[in-house]
Design a protein around this ligand. Structure first.
Ligand code: NAD
Ligand code: TYD
Length: 369
């Protein structure tokens, strides 16, 4: 079926649809992490209907799911979570057993130029979903689950030592992390106040295929391919803890199915890198893969103006999820990075499609080039 705007729209065929199979709504399923979660759930749970709920903003791309969109248990619904009535209608129609909520504005630099977009989608959109779930599940919360996907950025910045844990106090520094912190608080509050069955996870930086090239790793890969400057903010000595996106999807699977009601789980890669060292590693790996002389890509490194409010260091202690759910990362950074670069080199059409049009305006506003 095709909706009025031409996008595929597979609405449930009849009002008794709910009784046929368990149903999970995944919001933000056309985005980077969401598409890997949708694929994993569609393939691993053929007896569950997986509904991808996405507004298809600049970051959403149905091409990410071309390999599973014909599966019998997959549906797509183009819904903007800022629209409370549309969200309620969707939840009423599907009567889902679970909601895995990833839809968000996700880029710190964009949050600095347009914070309201982050309030509207990340805060109000999340509350719209919570209200719809609470209404649809009223009196029958047993077996239901609202799973909110969040970020380690809500905890603020670490110094040289220590790790974020589930007990770390919230101290967000960017409009993005403030909006995610706010949404986390609403999810917790709906659990405490209304007994909504919830679980939250806070994950470190992801990387992998289908990552929109506004974030560090895909932006650097794209610029290396294009021979453009590699813009490193400030002195480059900021540290992030990188996790392969498919490992995040497996953690989400574990938390969704086995996480304890009302709990938070920190997810991370035990894999800290200073940005400048990471960019040098990318340069060396890409010199080799592209057959360029050693040191060629590194000549593109350019130090640029720092990001305001730039958090110095993020690092996750992922002991709880390992102890309770047996989860740990399965892919080494070298493997993950190599697979990621190979994916971008073999998917130049995808890259071209997402870096034309509005991307060029974003890029020149952000980097002045
Ligand atoms: P992304 O920007 O790649 O994708 C976001 C998706 O949400 C897109 O498909 C977009 O179309 C959709 N969306 C945006 N606004 C919407 C709206 N109003 N209504 C419906 N859909 C909307 O983001 P991502 O990197 O895949 O992140 C997914 C989630 O994971 C986010 O909640 C983010 O905060 C969280 N997270 C991301 C990372 C990371 O490193 N990328 C790390 C930890 C947590
Ligand atoms: P990013 O991928 O935006 O993730 P986040 O800010 O959410 O952690 O940035 C990762 C790190 O890389 C962060 O310290 C900012 C830095 N960075 C650059 O140095 N240059 C860039 O062009 C970008 C996008 C990020």
């Amino acid at each position: 079926m095709v909706g009025a705007d031409g996008t595929p729209n597979f609405a449930p065929p009849n009002p008794h649809y709910r009784s046929l199979m368990p149903t999970v709504l995944i919001t933000g399923g056309a985005g980077f992490i969401g598409s890997h979660v949708v694929r994993r759930f569609v393939q691993r749970y053929p007896e569950t209907t997986i509904v991808n709920v996405d507004a298809l903003t600049y970051a959403g791309n149905l091409e990410n799911l071309a390999d599973v969109d014909q599966a019998a248990n997959y549906r797509f619904e183009r819904v903007d979570i800022r629209d409370a009535a549309a969200v309620q209608d969707l939840v009423d129609r599907y009567q889902p057993d679970g909601i895995i909520h990833l839809a968000a504005e996700s880029h710190v630099d964009r949050s600095i130029t347009d914070p309201m977009a982050f309030v509207e989608t990340n805060v109000i959109g999340t509350v719209n979903l919570l209200n719809a779930a609470r209404t649809a599940w009223a009196g029958a919360m047993e077996g239901k689950r609202f799973y909110h996907i969040s970020t380690d950025e809500v905890f603020g910045a670490l110094g040289a030592e220590g790790f974020f844990t589930e007990e770390t106090p919230y101290s967000p520094n960017s409009p993005y992390s403030a909006s995610k912190a706010s949404s986390d608080h609403f999810v917790r509050a709906y659990h405490e106040t209304y007994g909504l069955p919830i679980v939250i996870s806070n994950c470190s930086n992801n990387y992998g295929p289908n990552h929109f090239p506004e974030k560090l790793i895909p932006l650097m890969i794209h610029n290396i391919i294009e021979g453009k400057p590699l813009p490193v903010y400030g002195d480059g000595k900021y540290t992030r803890d990188w996790l392969y996106v498919k490992d995040h999807a497996s953690a989400i699977d574990a938390v969704y199915h086995d996480g304890r009601n009302g709990e938070t789980y920190c997810i991370g890669g035990w894999n800290e890198w200073q940005n400048i060292d990471l960019v040098h590693l990318l340069c060396r790996t890409m010199d080799a893969k592209l057959g360029r002389p050693e040191g060629d890509c590194a000549q593109l490194i350019t130090f640029v103006k720092d990001r305001p409010g730039h958090d110095k260091r993020y690092a996750i202690d992922a002991t709880k999820i390992h102890r309770e759910l047996g989860w740990k990362p399965s892919v080494t950074f070298e493997q993950g990075l190599s697979e990621t670069i190979d994916w971008y080199l073999s998917n130049k059409t995808w890259l071209r499609n997402v870096t034309s049009g509005a991307y060029l305006d974003y890029y020149s506003a952000q980097y002045g080039a």
